[in-house]
Write a protein that binds this ligand. Structure first.
Ligand SMILES: [Zn+2]
Ligand SMILES: [Zn+2]
Length: 100
């Protein structure tokens, strides 16, 4: 598992590039964004910006579109309902009160 600073980036797959001219096969780790589910190639030591979402406990693209936390499950439910994620009802887990 590669590390970037204090952040451990969990890789989610690999990209295998096979050049058509017979050059060497390139295998690179990739990381999946916890918000848009897009994959980006992880190059250790590169200046690529990554964001960290505390709510999802995962890496995101650090783009404007992905900076706001909209978990993919919630986004899918909104798409199925034909609404935007903001129009969806908020689900909150409330502990049952003891003694009632
Ligand atoms: Zn993203
Ligand atoms: Zn998030």
């Amino acid at each position: 598992m590669p590390r970037k600073g204090n952040l451990t980036i969990r890789t989610s797959g690999v990209v295998i590039t096979t050049p058509h001219d017979g050059g060497p096969v390139l295998i690179q780790d990739c990381v999946q964004c916890c918000h848009c589910q897009g994959h980006r190639i992880y190059v250790p030591g590169s200046k690529t910006k990554w964001g960290w979402c505390l709510a999802c406990a995962g890496v995101h693209c650090a783009t404007e579109a992905c900076a706001k936390c909209v978990p993919w499950e919630k986004e899918l439910e909104a798409i199925e309902a034909g609404k935007t994620p903001e129009q969806m009802p908020v689900k909150i887990a409330v502990p049952r009160t003891v003694g009632e």
